[in-house]
Design a protein around this ligand. Structure first.
Ligand SMILES: [Zn+2]
Length: 71
């Protein structure tokens, strides 16, 4: 049970980090994450950008909230 969840959430395992599929002849690497196809590389980059924007929005929201709390 534990091994199963670890393998699924590990990311850098034997499966693609985006679609979870097995690798073909070619592997793509993006930020130490192994991906199976260029489509997954694009998806990975898009996901990273979304995460960065989300964290930026979250941090600015927190700053805004703490600012309003101070007042
Ligand atoms: Zn993939």
């Amino acid at each position: 049970m534990r091994d199963n969840s670890h393998a699924f959430g590990g990311g850098s395992g034997r499966c693609c980090g985006i679609c979870g599929g097995k690798f073909g002849l070619i592997r793509y690497y993006c930020w130490r994450t192994a991906l199976c196809s260029k489509r997954c590389v694009d998806g990975f980059k898009a996901q990273r950008e979304i995460n960065q924007v989300a964290s930026l929005v979250a941090s600015s929201l927190i700053a805004c909230m703490s600012d309003s709390i101070r007042r």
